[in-house]
Design a protein around this ligand. Sequence first.
Ligand code: PMP
Length: 419
Amino acid sequence: MAQLSPLLKQATPVVVEHGEGAYLYDVDGNRHLDFTAGIGVTSTGHCHPKVVAAAREQIGKVIHAQYTTVMHQPLLKLTERLGDVLPAGLDSLFYANSGSEAVEAALRLARQATGRPNVVVFQGGFHGRTVAAASMTTSGTRFSAGISPLMGGVHVAPFPYAYHYGWDEQTATKFALRELDYLFQTMSAPNETAAFFIEPMLGEGGYVPANPEFMAGLRERADKHGILLVLDEIQTGFGRTGRFWGHDHFDVKPDVVLIAKGLASGFPLSGIAASKELMAKAFPGSQGGTYGGNAVSCAAALATLDVIEEENLVENAAARGTQLIEGARLIADKTPEIGEVRGLGLLVGSEFTKADGTPDTALAAAAQQEAARRGLLLLTCGAYSNVVRMIPPLVVTAEQIDDALAIWAETVATVTGSK
Ligand code: PMP
């Protein structure tokens, strides 16, 4: 009998039968509170009736119509609709299927448009597992281990991860920007640098938000040197952070925005948004793909955008996010093993640290496992996998947050032996 690749380890033993809202039901009939949301994908909850209806209707019309061969209506409508929510001026879209493909598309665009070879990424950033995206990923050595030679032209600058450095935010920010200027002198001259690729908040790298001063510093340098500011909003977009875009927290204007995950409630769909002028600089024929912009995915994305608006999910993410982070901080206050609780909106991470200040990977893993045993599905993140992260769907209720926090409090007490 064929078996799954042994390296594809599951974070939990759950085999799902069906899902509804914030819950997953397993094949044995157990209910689980899903605070992973398919790694930040099912923002409208599992099987939102409106998303299901839109997808069903589209399946009956046309499933696949390759959009560089023939155009289809859901893609046209989605493009128009995204124009309403994207930053002003980013009025041209290219569609793909996964986050990694969107990253690669933006990389091609940046190099072709500027004629420059290098990109600057930020320590702890995650951009995907395809070889170019993995070459740009520094949230853990596991993502590029054994696949060298990696793509060239990638330079890594510090991200203002204040807790890690043991500094305050201001010092961390000053350091990170100074190092970036130093990198321009030592590694990649500004006129050789095509783009900055950055997440508004490190996702896989440990749930570390950037800050307004740092982002303004990047914008300033991008403007000064003709470098493109590419914001990877794959995990932070579509209301996830309690604002529509992660970068709305920092008031910075990007040149390119990468979208995926929360865009289509679980149907594969990603994209890049840029100005028409910039997008026109991509070399003909270099962007494309058989499945990108799938008709059913686009119909689901349209329904997703409707649900986000009609059910005020951005506002809900902000309110429930405050409830979640405050609750998680109260638990951390009683737990010396949790060094910091960070996040924006419904992206909340608790970082486990040993008494000597080093990362406690084992305890984070134990907490994740114990929470799963108690019916709360969570994941870990961070270079050392020592941050337990909570990413509930944006439809999560106040009661469900309370339930999750109650389980989390019990979980933490159990694994730290304080109970
Ligand atoms: N960028 C970010 C910020 C992500 O969080 C992810 C996925 N976790 C990706 C890119 C890659 O997306 P995918 O797994 O769909 O290729």
